[in-house]
Design a protein around this ligand. Sequence first.
Ligand SMILES: [Zn+2]
Length: 356
Amino acid sequence: MKNLFVIFANLLLLLNSCAQTTPIENHTTTASSSTTNIPMKRTETEWKQQLNPEQYYILREKGTEPAFSGEFVFHKEKGVYKCAACGSELFTDDMKFPSHCGWPSFDSEITGGKIIQTEDLSHGMQRIEITCANCGGHLGHIFDDGPTATGKRYCVNSLSLSFEPANPTQNAEKSSKSEQITLGGGCFWCIEAIFEALKGVEKVESGYSGGQKAQPTYKEVCTGNTGHAEVVQVTYQPQEISLEEILEVFFTLHDPTSLNRQGADVGTQYRSAIFYHTAEQRAIAEKVIQTLNDNKVFDRPIVTELTAFDKFYKAENYHQEYFALHREEPYCKAVIQPKMDKLHKVFKEKMKSNVE
Ligand SMILES: [Zn+2]
């Protein structure tokens, strides 16, 4: 399999990145006035004592952390995002949206003039920098390509932010109801291992869906005559991981453009398929597929089957957690381990900490 993620990431970065240009608006201040009325004044020596070197580089030297490297990119808890340097409250969790640009993104700010916008002509680009009005710390940039009603995207470094969770009972109430999605992406051993490793995923079972034969065996499914696809049924907490994120991983780790095969595995049982359980899931999956197609993330159109979920037949016990139990077998080493390695690199933030 070629490195789809690189294409995927590069395209999305081109479309969304913090490095893009944007028209300058009237409400921005000039560079000099943004620094004159800062209430919290400290010498650079004092800042160096307070901030760690990474924070200092971002907040005081206007650095940018690498895309997808920050701790708040996929963060979803209820609470308030503050300036990491001075504690000024800047954003709340309901202002945050998944932008796929690699940095935490917000569509609005807490009112009260806590953020200053300044024209930034560095790096040969025309952008609007955002800084903390209280301490002058660099936060990131703001763009006019936001997907919500405000049309804004505050693209902020995770290192510029600290987070204070809302009261814990509020968080606990929200995270009670889990959802299921059923996905076919070729051999289920690979797919199961991958989803098991994601934060917010409670359970993954390997099995068969989409065919006619009741209670099929692995042998029967392998003939390609049952109509079933090898699938994993993923049970997840939508508050911790969204369906968009699950599908992002799904589309990164298999080839959704090859009909009825994944690598050396050929047959309809290896088809790329999403079996949705609700109309909402269907709408989300359609949108994700359309976005990937529109942006030509893959060389060819996506052929992933999108079908209403009917039945799931759990595979024989020896298939469950195959990778976890057979890590040293050649198949796992050759096919699954590289995918796991890739996942670790790309989706570090989403991985459970105890997974290797
Ligand atoms: Zn500040």
